[in-house]
Design a protein around this ligand. Structure first.
Ligand code: UDP
Length: 485
């Protein structure tokens, strides 16, 4: 496409958190495979996280450029090297303060970004939702800005419908359910399950930013969404036709990773050797292992981890459990019940740190996924055709849960009632055990699995030639090419 003339050049500028960077790198790969010159804009430390991915792409003939901007950690009062949100831990003193400093630091990137835009004059800037100022920055140079939210159409619609109609202000208590007005599907939520910034003026800074996000979205050229039409048709239509947004669905972007290495190393180096992990899974029967992972930033308390361990043991299911804690020889692992690992030998695998998630989910042995409902994880679960236990913690995860359990019916809710940033609300072992058994065993599990498998087929079709996402991707590239003449 368009290679006779000057090649289309697109900038991709992801927010510095794995859940945003991973799909953006995949997106850059997709556009590059379509013949677009692509450049990822990030900070030096973050660039190193995906340098191997870029190298592998290059070897397969897909060139992706990288330009770095120095992250103003010192200027923003952040610890040296704190260039990614996942480096801020709950254990750090005043982490709320660090969050706010982190967001402030990103705003300081406006000037260096503008210099880069002036120098390279790309035809389009795909910038993360958390960088609302990029619409104005791009406009200065006549460059269209596309917003990447990194979430579902469903949650974009739910957010908009709640913000506009404020149903949560019309209920008597935090736990009284309300129906989300104008959102198809009779979706019920409670005030407790809404993000803090939607409820009141707690976190004034973040609320202000969210307001700026919305304004900048309305001024931007459009929105690219990591989803596919067949998955959430009603909500794609609602977003485009009722809420009036210009949007392109181009996902699931993770499906561009076909080789084992590409699936195994997205974003970070895994804490487990991928071959060891595959060998372990190869020794298991199809659909016999449940995979438990809560994304890249959630951080449970020790008592919650212990509760999960006891629930897994009681469920009698085989498992791979990802825990974001390193083994420290000096200190006992108080979060594990005594003798747990010995008893679980051969039956359960704990990965401490980063797991090769897509590689694991795609393995036949995996028959269920306990997820925090981050959008990337859900789409990866959908693409692999595995039923899910939904365990939302914070962000827009409670919305995604409703899509999985109520609309798509490919998951069972563990029953979380309350939005709590990073650590989540406490879930009792009985609830975990019940939900795990429900997706792994019995006739209902079989039905859920069949629906999940059908969605996985639809996901694959969507990204193939002439599929819905493939077509939208081509339409977008064509529109951008035509626009510059
Ligand atoms: N991920 C991974 N290994 C891990 C944890 C997470 O590969 O141990 C990847 C996961 O596959 C997904 C992303 O990190 O692509 C997490 O994004 P998501 O939206 O699910 O959640 P977030 O981390 O943003 O809360």
């Amino acid at each position: 496409m368009g290679s006779q003339i000057r090649q289309l050049h697109m900038f991709f500028f992801p927010f510095m958190a794995p859940g945003h960077m991973i799909p953006t790198v995949d997106m850059a790969k997709l556009f590059a495979s379509g013949g677009v010159k692509t450049t990822i804009i990030t900070t030096p430390l973050n660039a190193s996280f995906f340098s191997k991915t870029i190298q592998r792409s290059k070897e397969s003939g897909i060139e992706i450029g990288v330009r770095t901007l120095k992250f103003p950690t010192v200027e923003a009062g952040l610890p040296e090297g704190c260039e990614n949100l996942d480096l801020i831990h709950t254990s750090q003193e005043g982490n709320g303060n660090l969050f706010s400093k982190f967001f402030k630091a990103t705003v300081l990137l406006q000037e260096p970004l503008e210099q880069l835009l002036q120098e390279c004059k790309p035809d389009c800037l795909v910038a993360d939702t958390f960088f609302p100022w990029t619409t104005d920055a791009a406009n200065k140079f006549g460059i269209p800005r596309l917003v990447f939210h990194g979430t579902s159409f469903f949650s974009l619609c739910a957010t908009e419908c709640i913000t506009k109609n404020e149903p949560h202000k019309k209920v008597q208590s935090d736990s009284e359910p309300f129906v989300v007005p104008n959102l198809p599907g009779d979706i019920k939520l409670t005030r407790k399950q809404l993000p803090d910034f939607m409820k009141q003026d707690v976190e004034a800074d973040f609320s202000k930013m969210i307001k700026a996000v919305k304004e900048s979205e309305l001024k931007s050229y459009g929105v690219v969404v990591n989803s596919f039409y067949e998955l959430e048709e009603t909500y794609v239509n609602c977003y485009k036709n009722v809420l009036g947004r210009k949007a392109w669905h181009i996902g699931p972007v993770s499906l561009c990773n076909r080789a084992t290495e590409d699936k195994a190393e997205r974003g970070k180096k895994s804490a487990i050797d991928e071959h060891e992990c595959l060998m372990w899974l190869d020794s298991k029967k199809p659909n016999s292992v449940v995979y438990i992972c809560f994304g890249s930033v959630a951080n449970f308390t020790s008592s919650q981890l212990k509760e999960i361990a006891m629930a897994l043991e009681a469920s009698e299911q085989q498992f791979i459990w990802v825990v974001r804690r390193q083994k420290n020889n000096e200190e006992e692992e108080h979060w594990l019940p005594e003798g747990f690992e010995k008893r679980m030998e051969g039956k359960g695998l704990i990965i401490r740190g980063w797991a090769p998630q897509v590689l694991i989910l795609d393995h036949d042995a995996v028959g269920g996924f306990v997820t925090h409902c981050g959008w990337n994880s859900i789409l990866e679960g959908v693409s692999a055709g595995v039923p899910m236990v939904t365990w939302p913690l914070f962000a827009e995860q409670f919305f995604n849960e409703k899509l999985v359990t109520q609309v798509l019916k490919v998951g069972v809710a563990v029953g979380v009632q309350q939005w709590v940033r990073m650590v989540g609300d406490f879930v009792q072992r009985e609830a975990i055990e019940r939900a795990v058994k429900e997706i792994m065993k019995g006739d209902k599990a079989e039905e859920t699995r069949n629906r999940a498998k059908a969605l996985a087929e639809a996901a694959k079709k969507a990204v193939e030639n002439a599929g819905s996402s493939h077509s939208d991707l081509n339409d977008l590239m064509e529109e951008l090419s035509l626009r510059r003449h």
